[in-house]
Ligand binder design. Sequence first.
Ligand code: FES
Length: 160
Amino acid sequence: MQERLGLVDGFDVLFCLVFGCIENGSQLACLAALGAFPPRNRRLFLRLLQESVKADQEQTGDISMIKFLKEDREVIVADGANLRQKALENGVDIYTFMGKMMNCGGYGQCGTCIVEIEEGMENLSPRTDVENRKLKKKPDTYRLACQTLVNGPVSVNTKP
Ligand code: FES
């Protein structure tokens, strides 16, 4: 792993410590170890970690790419990721003003998380009953982000 990432010496011990914690599923230990990084190195560490995870997942073929067209953002996610959650985690705003004020938090109740799928509809989970009700009068390319799981590359228009 270190050779693949080209890590420098002073960095290796902490990197492996945190990475080991992650692999062992110990989130608390991971956060504690991450806290030991000098602040200026944390961003570098997180980038290296993301590249490492991406490289591992590419080998097993279980990642997907979400392109948010209006925002010009590409987000790499694990297969089965929730579209709303990944948008919010990556700073992509999917809500209009009303949606921001009144959204249901991803429970499929408000219908404010509508997105349009430009490409890759076949890579998404099927429309749920909730979506069929809420999107009855909308085009087939519309989805509720909170009800949509991503299983392959997709291109998304937010706030269509
Ligand atoms: S967030 Fe309310 S329906 Fe998706």
